[in-house]
Design a protein. Sequence first.
Length: 207
Amino acid sequence: MQIHPALLVLLAALTLPPNAGADAIPPPMPRPVPADEFMAAIARHCGQAYAGRITANEPASPNDPFDGKALLMHVRTCTPGEVRIPFHVGEDRSRTWVLTRTASGLLLKHDHRHADGTEDVLTMYGGNSVASSSATRQEFPVDADSRALFAREGLQASLGNTWAIEIVPGVRFAYELARTGRLFRVEFDLTRPVPPPPPPWGSDRTP
């Protein structure tokens, strides 16, 4: 008996393993989301430190704590869910930027410590990244907890804060604070690593 060619093809298909088609054509890999690309870009510099300079400081203060000081950032610790970046101002090692991966994006917090490692009254303020943030720039409007902290400490101007962090791997890292009537921005040269600084204050109490 002669079997029609089309039927032979059908019979052959029926004898294939159930997942043969799926194995033959693997599904496309999901595209990394901006938050993950951003964290990965910073993690490329983990362990490295870089010198910076102020590129915007409006309005300037007569007693500015940054004036004339060496500025240094250190990508000190990196895990899949968190990056900690101490920001040194001269001999002041009180500041650490903490970036945490969340279900919706990134969370920026400012960990401020005294020289003995205890927390400053103004610490762990920040906010969640906005949906429009990209792989190279993440913006963080002040969150509710931070607004409550600022209000309690009489810092009314800070209730409108938006922070931003930018990175172009191997080129530039920038930190920015903006609000009505205020713009502060410091940029770090990622082309020239410098010797890592001493640990930030309170590092023995944090990861």
